[in-house]
Ligand binder design. Sequence first.
Ligand SMILES: [Zn+2]
Length: 138
Amino acid sequence: MEEIHAHMEEAYPHECCGLIVGSVNDGARVAADSRRCRNLNTERARDRYELDPRDMLRAQRELDGGPWDIVGIYHSHPDHPSRPSGTDLAHAWAGWSYMIGSVVQGRVASVQSWELADAGDRFEEESVDIPTAGGEEN
Ligand SMILES: [Zn+2]
């Protein structure tokens, strides 16, 4: 989460994007790490992202045979709420988490995570549980 926040703030006022890497446990996606990706959309980098497919391929190759897989995508919304846009909906895949961070004046103001509803026509917010450092999750 700290890495994702740092990436979002560094990219400001542009949108950044990256992959959430981890595993799926009992239907819950468990994030273990993240991978920064290039935003190929330089023309509208303030309000669009286009994750570089080469970055995704590289991550998939690197994770191949290991315990982790890609479980979602994060991206930032500079000076906009952390709710998915119509474009986000049009490009979303089922089974992944879409974490969106609102970055206001260079600082992450809120982060929400979304998943595609079964019908694929809208997003539903999903809860994000962050285990406390050193503590066991209850
Ligand atoms: Zn978006």
